[in-house]
Design a protein. Structure first.
Length: 107
């Protein structure tokens, strides 16, 4: 068994996969809140992104502010091929664990 993701790490990576390449923390927070119906701390997302980067599951780079936009440069993150494999392995594990758990199918 390879690397194991924490629950929030798993959610952050899935949100990034839904958003496509080069995501930064604000759209990830919005995606998580939209999909889960829960409030999400922007700082928790950013800390998780940096932790995933240290583990080699993300890469990041700074991008300058577009001309005419205010603000400051942003750190954008990309999912690494290793992260995709970790997500695939986690999905296989969960599928095997859910197989035959019919008691939760009915309300």
């Amino acid at each position: 068994m390879g690397e194991v993701l924490g629950g929030f790490e798993h959610r952050v990576l899935l949100a990034m996969m839904r958003l496509g390449s080069s995501s930064y923390s604000v759209p990830i927070v919005r995606e998580l809140e939209s999909r889960t119906g829960r409030s999400v701390s922007p700082s928790a997302v950013y800390v998780t992104l940096r932790r995933l980067e240290r583990r080699g599951l993300l890469t990041s780079r700074m991008v300058p502010v577009a001309s005419g936009e205010g603000g400051r440069p942003r750190r954008v993150f990309d999912v690494s091929p290793e992260a995709i494999e970790v997500l695939r392995e986690a999905r296989r594990d969960f599928d095997r664990l859910w197989a035959g758990v019919d008691a939760l199918d009915t309300p």
